[in-house]
Design a binder for this molecule. Structure first.
Ligand SMILES: Cc1cc2nc3c(=O)[nH]c(=O)nc-3n(C[C@H](O)[C@H](O)[C@H](O)COP(=O)(O)OP(=O)(O)OC[C@H]3O[C@@H](n4cnc5c(N)ncnc54)[C@H](O)[C@@H]3O)c2cc1C
Length: 637
């Protein structure tokens, strides 16, 4: 298969405008003749459904929560980037583009990233118009702070609850369309399969989470905005419900999966406290604006942090990366924390922790300023750990947080299945091998508010999808498939819980395809995962019935998909014999321990195609070319 990116050529500054002009339009009266399915009501899906409803399309929007407002985007904390240059500190669209391509370690498509930087400025205007209460300075102007990988302040925020406020904005726009009748909302519905007719995406199969009823929904195009797959690691900062089922089942229907091994391990999370923990909590990267990261200079130093004098502390990020200091990108900060802990400098009972210390900032700015900026995060930390960060430094450690990999999409955000579009964290676009902080919200909203409304019209106008009946053979076959999986899960008479399998799988993936990877470990994981998967199908016990609210059944289906995805991640990680961004192959590193890319051989997007049960997936490469930001060894020193 050849991957055609449809990325425009010519001057990059004009390419999106020119592309938009070249896209076909559908006249306003005709839009209502088209049905569009949007799976997902987070920032990407909510923004898309609201915008498409506003344009006049008939939209059906699905989510598995009880309300679209509970999508995982609500949890986002620190902020959203935009190249507004309000601080007059040298920012520009070009600089945001540059920082993002470099931050992603030169593994993203330039044209997409430039467009993202361009529309970032519109996002802020859109959200302000919706009433999103971004933080303001004393004079009333919108405030900004800094995030990793940038030397300017371009992050807009609403305390540590930016995702919540942005989602409320998108949700209200969505509710308005629901009220007007252009969007029909289907909460508590799980998409279990994609319906492909004559090579085009024409619908989905859903299971009602209330009563297990399986339904077919047909449309002229399908949008997946179903979030990331960070929960493959079991322990992650993602909401417990986040899963890969929608994109995985689309992959099995022919959509290529790009860069599955590109996952983000976030440096500042509350460390794991015990064997039975099921969730990790993020402490936003924004804290690194004012918090200083350090460990004791002496390995094994067990003194309380307050008793360790300045001379015995190592502010290792400031020492190793003087230009960016505590605000180096996440992949670099995470690896540095791991290196400190591996060499015995880690703190806390397990030794898997480093300090994030607000003391200097409190002394300089006063406690009230720190409380204004991060109050809710500090309160959350105190509730979980019982320690007061105003008095003792926080203990933090890296954790799975975000997935840069996802379904492959072209410049129009269309997957390799015509009519199937993928938005937000569910697609692979824009962030390369490492995402910069505050760029996921930007991408999700760019996709939903500003890109898909143009590109989907072009598809519908060109493809002119014919009517397909809900009992078409492809729909029946997808229903049979979804029903069979549910039955198989419920029929098992084993004695292990779904969670025990998920925890074991997560540990294999974390140990071998997490913050550091190597050939031997990946090969080991590739033999362990299929064996554990086999045991899962033989020995899993799913209690309850299909016809009721059954979260054990929901989880079982998702874990079954994580098993298959985990294998693809390891295969992709094994195949990419270089280090880049969050993909750190221990065999390929510079003498200073930084990621060592191999541009001559690996400057491509790795897109995997499903070949059927028991057969190895096929790899297709989309070569990456860089005409503006020339690949170099990333330096934040
Ligand atoms: C704790 C935390 C803090 C973060 N903070 C920031 C930040 O400050 N700045 C930033 O830029 N990024 C941040 N991120 C990342 C960012 O929040 C996410 O990448 C982003 O919100 C994802 O949005 P989305 O719309 O793509 O998906 P989501 O918000 O995850 O929404 C997915 C939607 O798909 C639906 N869905 C999924 N599967 C199915 C299915 N099978 N059937 C039906 N519906 C389905 C869900 O119900 C949901 O509505 C943070 C992430 C975490 C975990």
């Amino acid at each position: 298969m050849e991957l055609i990116s449809n990325a425009p050529t010519g001057p990059i500054e004009q390419s999106w405008d020119k592309h938009k002009f070249d896209l076909k339009l559908i006249n306003p009266a005709n839009k209502r003749k088209y049905n569009i399915i949007v799976v997902g009501s987070g920032l990407a899906g909510g923004a898309a459904a609201a915008s498409l409803g506003e344009l006049g399309y008939n939209v059906q929007c699905f989510c598995y929560q009880d309300s679209p407002r509970r999508a995982h985007s609500i949890a986002a904390q620190g902020g959203i980037n935009a190249a507004k240059n309000y601080h007059n500190d040298g920012d520009s669209i070009y600089r945001l583009f540059y920082d993002t391509v470099k931050g992603g370690d030169f593994r993203a498509r330039e044209a997409n990233v430039y467009r993202l930087a361009q529309v970032s400025v519109n996002i802020i205007d859109q959200c302000v118009a919706q009433g999103v209460p971004f933080a303001r300075e004393y004079g009333g102007l919108l405030d900004n702070r800094s995030f990793g990988g940038a030397q300017v302040s371009r992050t807009f925020y609403a305390r540590g609850q930016t995702g919540q406020q942005l989602l409320l904005g998108a949700y209200q726009a969505l509710e308005r369309q629901i009220g007007l009748g252009s969007v029909k909302m289907y909460p508590r519905m799980d998409m279990l399969d994609l319906i492909v007719v004559d090579g085009q995406a024409r619908g989905i199969v859903t299971r009602s989470l209330y009563d297990g009823k399986i339904e077919v929904h047909m449309a002229d195009a399908v949008i997946l905005a179903t979030g990331g797959y960070g929960n493959v690691f079991y322990l992650s900062t993602n909401a417990k419900g986040c899963n890969a089922t929608a994109i995985w089942r689309a992959y099995k229907r022919g959509a290529l999966f790009a860069n599955p091994c590109f996952t983000q391990i976030h440096p500042t999370c509350i460390p794991v406290a015990g064997e039975y923990q099921s969730k990790l909590t993020l402490m936003s990267e924004s804290l690194r604006n004012d918090g200083r990261i350090w460990v004791p200079k002496q390995p094994g130093d067990k003194r309380a942090p307050g008793s360790i004098p300045e001379s015995d502390r190592d502010y290792y990020l400031e020492r190793r990366y003087p230009s960016f200091g505590n605000l180096v990108p996440r992949d670099i900060a995470s690896r540095a924390a791991k290196a400190e802990c591996d060499s015995g400098h880690g703190v806390g009972e397990t030794g898997l922790g480093v300090y994030l210390d607000l003391a200097d900032a409190i002394k300089r700015l006063g406690k009230h300023v720190i409380a204004e900026r991060y109050g809710n995060l500090i309160e959350m930390y105190e509730r979980i750990t019982g320690e007061d960060p105003y008095k003792v430094p926080m203990r933090i450690y890296p954790a799975s947080h975000y997935t840069m990999g996802g379904l492959w999409v072209d410049y129009n955000l269309m997957s390799t299945i015509p009519g199937l579009f993928v938005l937000g964290e569910a697609n692979f676009s824009d962030h390369g091998a490492n995402r910069l902080g505050a760029s996921a919200l930007m991408q999700g909203l760019a996709d939903g508010y500003f890109i898909i409304p143009y590109t989907i019209g072009n598809y519908l106008a060109s493809a002119k999808p014919a009517k397909v009946a809900a009992d078409a053979p492809a729909a029946k076959q997808a229903v049979a498939n979804a029903t069979a999986i549910t039955k198989k899960l419920l029929n098992g008479s084993g004695n292990r819980t779904v969670d025990s399998f998920h925890r074991e799988l997560g540990k294999i993936v974390w140990d071998n395809c997490g913050m550091a990877r190597n050939e031997a470990g990946l090969k080991k994981a590739l033999s362990q995962i299929p064996a554990l998967r086999e045991e899962f199908w033989k020995n899993v016990r799913v209690l309850g019935a299909n016809e009721e609210f059954n979260q054990s059944l929901e989880r079982a289906g998702r874990v079954a998909d994580f098993f298959e995805l985990a294998e693809l991640m390891c295969l992709d990680a094994l195949d990419r014999r270089e280090s880049c961004g969050g993909h750190f192959r221990e065999e390929y590193q510079t003498p200073e321990g930084e990621a060592l890319r191999d541009d001559a051989n690996y400057s491509y997007v790795a897109a995997w195609q499903y070949q059927g049960e028991g057969r190895a997936p096929a790899l297709t490469k989309e070569p990456l070319t860089f005409n503006y930001v020339h690949p170099s060894q990333r330096s934040y020193k």
